[in-house]
Design a protein around this ligand. Structure first.
Ligand SMILES: Nc1nc2c(c(=O)[nH]1)N[C@H]1C(S)=C(S)[C@@H](COP(=O)(O)O)O[C@H]1N2
Ligand SMILES: [Mo]
Length: 379
């Protein structure tokens, strides 16, 4: 096989001494840790949103999801400078000719396609999702999820193939040459580290209050929005304004119940109320805490005569859209702080926060905190 002209020309470019094994292993290790954390927290988020039979997500501690998902988004963003630095360090290896000297090496190099391609796809699609921009046809959560498996699979193959090299490069700093080169490499590492730290600060403020003023890249800020809370989907955007403000509004409880309920807003207000401070934690990484007051879901289930282990499908007035329904497991339904909230931070719910009734519960992703609730179907 002849070496393509473009690769020949690229390999002739004089190389800086930064294209180095030890640097590759160091930056690669940081990237590996970031990817592993990002994968684990992403997998958890997927399990919570589409739970298989064996998985029952706890309702406590109330802010756990806020932390795991914050970590997911932050480690994803921090991966970007690490991934770019790592690719830059190994460019000479990527364009090496011939591409493989043995079957094993061919396999190892082929695994770089899903590893590099998958890694880039994940950080780019994740960034667009956080920006709530979808310049593509595919369904983001499914694509992001399956490519994550592919990428992690390729990462395991890569680690297996490179284990010996990684260990030796991290162990002995390159014999004698290291002494001469070390300051430049250290500078390079410091640069990569500073970039990653800057990205961290610029993003983490969407969840970590004290950092929020520094978070130029944060897509939402805690405390900014009606009633001090950000809004993802407005009432106008969800096409619920008329139904939500109509005097015909009823909250219906039906399905596997002894008696079907139909409650007006003033009947709901007269029921015993409970107040809880709970975070709203969006899958996109922003989160913010608020004080919610409303009727515990379990009280309504008891009034309707539902079973003690009842699960509930919560439906919104919103006519269309993937987030108009959410399932509540028995564990969450039985948590006293899982509320059909009528008030937020001491005021009647703002229309954009789900007036007249919104579901809010401890330790649930934002997408499962349904706004403009109209129907509870007990299953
Ligand atoms: N009916 C309905 N409820 C919804 C949504 C929606 O699009 N429709 N968005 C969800 C998402 S993704 C989040 S993060 C929270 C955001 O709540 P907020 O807009 O009140 O801050 O509401 C959730 N509840
Ligand atoms: Mo969300």
């Amino acid at each position: 096989m002849k070496q393509p002209a473009v690769l020949r020309r690229l390999s002739a470019v004089p190389r800086s001494d930064l294209h180095d094994r030890r640097l590759a292993a160091l930056v690669g290790s940081a990237l590996g840790v970031a990817f592993a954390l990002c994968f684990a927290t992403g997998l958890l988020s997927h399990l919570i949103q589409e739970p298989p039979g064996w998985f029952d997500w706890v309702s406590r501690p109330a802010g756990l999801y806020r932390i795991t998902q914050g970590l997911h988004v932050v480690t994803g963003f921090v991966s970007i400078p690490l991934l770019l630095a790592k690719l830059w360090i190994v460019v000479p290896k990527l364009i090496e000719w011939p591409p493989a000297r043995s079957v094993a090496q061919a396999f190892e190099r082929l695994s770089l396609l899903p590893l590099v391609g998958g890694g880039l796809f994940l950080v780019v699609s994740g960034t667009f999702n956080v920006a709530r921009t979808y310049p593509w046809q595919f369904f983001f959560p499914a694509a992001h999820y399956w490519v994550a498996w592919l990428t992690i699979g390729a990462l395991v193959v890569h680690l297996g193939a490179k284990w010996a090299v990684i260990r030796s490069s991290l162990g002995s700093p390159d014999g004698g040459r290291a002494d001469v080169l070390e300051p430049r490499r250290r500078q390079f590492l410091a640069g990569v580290g500073a970039t990653a730290a800057t990205v961290f600060v610029a993003v983490a403020g969407s969840t970590v209050g004290p950092l929020s003023r520094l978070s130029v890249l944060a897509q939402r800020r805690p405390g900014v929005g009606p009633q001090g809370l950000p809004v993802n989907k407005s009432a106008v955007g969800a096409r619920v304004v008329d139904a939500a403000t109509s005097t015909d509004y009823r909250l219906v409880v039906e399905g596997k119940v002894a008696h079907r309920l139909e409650l007006t807003l003033s009947e709901l207000v007269k029921l015993p109320q409970r107040t809880a401070e709970l975070p709203l934690a969006c899958v996109e990484g922003w989160s913010t805490s608020a004080v919610w007051t409303g009727v515990p879901l379990r009280d309504l289930l008891d009034m309707a005569g539902a079973a003690a282990d009842a699960e509930v499908r919560v439906e919104s007035l919103q006519p269309r859209g993937s987030y108009r329904v959410a399932d509540v497991s028995a564990t969450h339904a039985n948590d006293r702080d899982t509320l059909l909230a009528l008030r937020l931070n001491g005021e009647e719910l703002h229309l954009d926060h789900g007036y007249p009734v919104r579901l809010i519960g401890p330790n649930r992703p934002g997408v499962l905190q349904t706004k403009w609730v109209a129907r509870l179907v007990v299953t």
